[in-house]
Write a protein that binds this ligand. Sequence first.
Ligand code: T3D
Length: 263
Amino acid sequence: MSFQHILFSIEDGIALLSLNRPEQLNSFNTAMHQEVREALKQVRQSEQARVLLLTGEGRGFCAGQDLSDRNVAPGAERPDLGLSIEQFYNPLIRSLRDLPMPVICAVNGVAAGAGANIPLACDLVLAARSASFIQAFCRIGLIPDSGGTWLLPRLVGMARAKALAMLGERLSAEQAEQWGLIHRVVDDAELRDEALRLARHLAAQPTYGLALIKRSLNASFDNSFDQQLTLERDLQRLAGRSDDYREGVSAFMEKRTPVFKGC
Ligand code: T3D
């Protein structure tokens, strides 16, 4: 499949996926959904990719659903948006959350609607200082999707989640960092380099172990303390059998830099 609406590469362990419909602020039409899906499939199947970096081209990160794709003319048949969620947005969010490697999101500009919640499904979110997050759904009579109603209250608390979701006001990147919605704000000119630096660092780490960390933390909201202890036991068992664990301990004992392979 050739890509028209995204830029995609896998190099030096880093899969780089950039949304590329800048004139529409990288809003999602069906073709872009299909391309992102194909790219994520290639990342999952790749033996090289150890980190995914998701970002956008132009002045926006993503403005959610392309609203020009929706026929709301008087008399037009009412759409089944549940179908769109089922076919496109939910699989995308599940795919990012379940990807067995760290996923970095570099939010390069405004992130609205589903575009504001996609970063929240990633593992480490950097945002340009000029970026902002808008739960724009309420402005057009919709509810936050793409995991927003689950992730927002857990990240920022119910009071702030309700204000974001019901007022649809612009949240600055700095406020998002202060509220714990994202990991870190970076100066605009530094964002791409900083995100790549982080990606390069992670790609050289024991990424099999990092994927297990991701799995355990993602499961923790749904588990009791006791269930989580059991999961930690099971995942530590897997981690302890990895080549990277053997290498990590050997390198420590031999006082040398470890060389991890991600398995
Ligand atoms: O339908 C389903 O499948 C259900 C799932 C829904 C998921 C969702 O994401 S629903 C929410 C959809 N998104 C929005 O409601 C956000 C709409 N956009 C905006 O509110 C604003 O554009 C922004 C706040 C994001 C940015 O504002 P601003 O002033 O910086 O830029 P702008 O001038 O509004 O937009 C620039 C261009 O992008 C403009 O086109 P033009 O006039 O230059 O030709 C604008 O129409 C276009 N654009 C921005 N967002 C969208 C869009 N075109 C189509 N769809 C968009 N979502």
